[in-house]
Design a protein around this ligand. Structure first.
Ligand code: HT7
Ligand code: ZN
Length: 847
């Protein structure tokens, strides 16, 4: 497995100004005719012309109309320098491909009878011979010939007739943004008038019968378009914006220019079929893909090492948008929970890599939490350091300077330097060095001066044993012992390995609220008493740190229960009960406060503290903690839940969603007291999927729910997206000792269509997410996962590789579990014909 390296980057030998493509679609023998308008690149290295191409049957090749002999190899086609003109020329090719047999879902494939494409990162080379790299940008003209009634590609429609359609995209783009869709589809349509008064036709294309489920996605799109104009000054730039929903998709969605393709679960929603979380995800992902039109499409990446340039920035933008649409505090807590669960976990294990890596074997393996979520955090830090005005000036300069270009992280940092005058040399380490910094805090109080000393530690990661000090913005506020804020939020800039910050003129020793808003993706190490945490939970004016205080308190208590067999702390119970019942607080915030630390999170915390986590003990202690909390709140729960009844029809907005979240958190607690009786009634009365699924999960946790599962199945048997939930809830809530048999039972059903990534993730992804079950001492969970990865790999290596990350935490566990997991990884490595994708992942985890 030879890695691709950043240091080897060279510009392409030629420039490609224009591409003409003709598709004659047929399930088993699609013909693709390409005319590439090429010219030597004066800034390129010269030499041969190398085109990428995989799995293509070459029918014909001609240069300026003269037939050319060439024999493709396994990865492409080379035309020797001697055969190439010094002036512009046209290279024509005709190839044959078989979309029906394409189960990897990369390139041109079929899903539910329709043709669709997925070209990021390197799928276009499975469509035609082409320089499939993001720094080669061209204008595309596309003709589609097919009997399918709806024929779509990028850009604007030019002409259409029976059995054909032509599209022109005026904006130069890399091949990874190419898209084509042909199917028997119907549109949910609307229109949008841009800030400068242009009319844009908006269409969401779905299968017949699904057109009534697109309203929320369309509303989210319109709000995203307006927001990008108002907040970033970015207008849409084509006459049409098309979205297509497909059932078979490896990821969430794809930002192809003017023709976004979505996993149907991120488009289709009604109150009966989608949960509040689904609605929130739909809003966020619709926005994310739309925002890529500027951050990714108009300005793209020079090479795949720069992936965070578009993904980190676009995640940052979609997080801002969701905060504006809903609640900034709740959004920030949710984002940090996800960051810690996925990115910290990645950063602390064998798969750790920099936000801008410098080598990869398979680029698809680098669509990671580090590139996306840590990439967004790095931008949040930049913004904290340069301020609102500096950020705005830098972004305006970025769009002005780099529009139409394929840019790098160096370009990105330079606009911040030029716009703000700040030197970002040291800051750049956030992009080049992996690992989650740990910041140790010590406090001193003497003669009216409060001193905070911060020390940063940078753990070694694979290939990076030593690291330089980072620039860490630490947002701090100080509270008086009576709870008043005496120093409002101030951003301290930690740039040295150890640095002290003084606060003078204070009348009494303050209580410090540190890392407000989670101002940097670090682990804070601080000796804080339970009393001080409870004080911050009660008084902190920063909502993130208010929640964080409760979270830290819960983790301390739970850790003691697991390690020492301690009792639940009465102080914690009382503090949490106060928050749960505090009607001045947003119900969504209270629901988050009531969410106990997850089992995987506790395993990581214990490992960090030098313990070997025992998944069974963690599971038992967490249940005991929930039981004690239920007892504490017993008297208040009925009133709490009754007060949260939603008036009027279902709305997927933050206010209603927050009430449902808190009421369902109450239901989960109540089931610890009544064995699930209230959940049975709640399930029977539920009139929306959020409440149905929450009640079902509670029933399964309580060891009940058989009748409800059967009723759910009978009602939703034909609905793929809803049945994914039915599969998933059973796996997530299986008792640890039953998990393997539950998965085995589900995977033998005729409707376990394992080649569909959503269904595979619903069962096999959930298997790995059931912490105590997956890590059951028998090793059955590990074996099952490896069996399924090996089965999926020949069909869909990308999804198999992504799901193998379930094994990345193996170094945390005891020697027996480590040996069991390593044996499975070695079995994977030894499998004949293993894909580059899964091979790279297993190899890195074993290294
Ligand atoms: N930019 C898109 C990434 C993506 C993708 C990458 C690899 C293989 C399949 C894929 N589907 C979508 C989605 C995004 O981040 O917006
Ligand atoms: Zn993206």
């Amino acid at each position: 497995q030879t890695p691709v390296k950043l240091v080897d980057y060279q510009p392409f030998s030629h420039v490609l100004n224009r591409v003409e493509l003709t598709f004659r679609l047929a399930p088993q023998a699609t013909r693709v005719l390409a005319r590439l308008h090429l010219a030597p690149n004066p800034a390129g290295p010269g030499g041969d012309l190398r085109l990428d191409g995989e799995g293509l049957r070459l029918i014909a090749l001609a240069l300026d109309g003269v037939a050319l002999e060439a024999t493709p190899d396994a990865t492409g086609l080379t035309i020797a320098a001697q055969a190439l003109p010094d002036a512009p020329f046209v290279l024509e090719s005709e190839v044959e491909i078989a979309p029906e047999g394409n189960t990897a879902l990369e390139g041109l494939y079929m899903s539910g009878g329709m043709y669709c494409t997925q070209c990021e990162a390197e799928g276009f080379r499975k469509i035609t011979f082409y320089p499939d790299r993001p720094d080669v940008m061209a204008r595309f003209d596309v003709r589609i010939e097919s009997e399918m009634p709806v024929l779509l590609s990028n850009g604007n429609p030019v002409a259409a007739g029976p059995g054909w359609a032509e599209w022109h995209d005026p904006w130069p783009k890399p091949a990874y943004l190419f898209a084509l869709v042909a199917g028997d589809l119907v549109a949910h349509s609307a229109s949008f008038t841009t800030a400068s008064g242009r009319e844009v036709a908006l269409n969401i294309w779905v299968r017949q019968g699904d057109e009534g489920r697109c309203a929320y996605a369309m509303d989210s799109l319109i709000r995203s378009m307006r927001w990008d104009e108002q907040v970033y000054g970015r207008e849409y730039d084509l006459d049409v914006f098309n979205i297509v929903a497909v059932d078979d998709f490896n990821m969430g969605a794809m930002e192809n220019k003017g023709l976004n393709i979505f996993n149907s679960k991120l488009v289709l929603a009604t109150p009966e079929t989608a949960t509040d979380t689904d609605y929130e995800r739909i809003e966020a992902v619709i926005a994310h893909e739309y925002f890529h039109n500027w951050t990714g499409n108009r300005i793209t990446c020079r090479d795949w090492f720069q992936l965070c340039l578009k993904e980190g920035l676009t995640v940052f933008r979609d997080q801002q948008f969701s905060g504006d649409m809903r609640s900034h505090a709740v959004k920030r807590i949710e984002d940090v929970l996800a960051l810690r669960a996925r990115q910290f976990r990645e950063d602390g294990g064998p798969l750790a890599h920099a936000v801008r890596p410098d080598a990869y074997v398979e680029i698809n393996n680098f669509y990671t939490a580090t590139i996306y979520e840590k990439g967004a955090e790095v931008i949040g830090m930049l913004k904290a350091l340069v301020g609102e005005a500096g950020y705005k000036a830098a972004l305006d300069l970025y769009f002005d300077r780099h529009d139409g270009q394929a840019a790098t992280i160096e370009d990105w940092l330079r606009v911040f330097e030029d716009a703000t005058g700040r030197d970002l040399t040291q800051f750049k380490r956030w992009y080049t060095e992996a690992g989650t910094p740990r910041v140790k805090v010590t406090e001193d109080w003497a003669e009216g001066v409060f001193t905070l000393t911060l020390q940063q530690e940078l753990p070694p990661t694979p290939g990076q044993p030593d690291k330089g000090a980072k620039v860490i913005p630490v947002a701090v506020g100080l509270l008086n012992p009576n709870g008043d804020e005496v120093v409002p939020t101030t951003v301290l800039e930690l740039v040295e390995p150890v640095q002290s910050f003084r606060f003078e003129g204070l009348a009494a020793r303050p209580v410090a609220s540190i890392l407000r808003g989670f101002s940097a993706p670090v682990v804070l190490e601080r000796n804080v008493s339970a009393q001080e945490r409870a004080f911050l939970l009660a008084h902190d004016t920063d909502p993130f740190n208010k929640w964080e205080a409760g979270r830290a308190l819960a983790k301390d208590v739970l850790a003691r229960m697991i390690v020492e067999g301690a009792e639940v702390s009465r102080d914690w119970l009382a503090a949490l009960a106060r928050v749960a019942l505090d009607e001045s607080l947003d119900p969504a915030f209270r629901a988050l406060a009531l969410r106990l630390p997850g089992e995987d999170d506790m395993a990581a915390t214990l490992h960090d503290a030098g313990h070997v986590p025992d998944p069974a003990r963690i599971h038992a202690a967490r249940r005991a903690m929930a039981g004690a909390l239920a007892q504490e709140l017993a008297g208040a729960l009925p009133g709490l839940m009754a007060g949260l009844a939603v008036q009027g029809p279902f709305a997927p907005d933050a206010a209603q969603a927050g009430k449902r979240a808190l009421r369902n958190a109450g239901l989960a607690l109540l089931s610890r007291l009544d064995g699930g009786a209230a959940a049975e009634a709640a399930y029977a009365q539920a009139d929306n999927m959020t409440d149905s699924l929450a009640a079902l999960a509670v029933l399964l946790e309580a060891g009940r729910g058989a009748a409800e599962l059967a009723g759910f199945e009978a009602r939703w048997a034909g609905e793929r997206l809803v049945m994914d939930k039915w599969f998933m809830v059973q796996v997530l809530h299986a008792a640890p000792q039953d998990l393997a048999s539950v998965v085995e039972r589900l995977t033998t059903r005729a409707d376990f269509d394992w080649k569909n990534p959503n269904r595979f993730r619903a069962v096999i992804g959930a298997l790995a997410a059931n912490h105590a079950g997956f890590h059951h001492a028998s090793g059955a969970g590990y074996r099952l996962l490896a069996d399924w990865l090996l089965r999926l790999d020949p069909k869909n290596p990308q999804t198999a590789a992504r799901m193998s990350t379930a094994f990345e935490t193996w170094p945390r566990y005891d020697a027996d579990r480590q040996a069991l997991i390593r044996a499975e990884l070695e079995r994977i490595m030894a499998a004949p014909g293993l894909s580059r994708d899964l091979g790279e992942m297993a190899g890195r985890m074993l290294a």
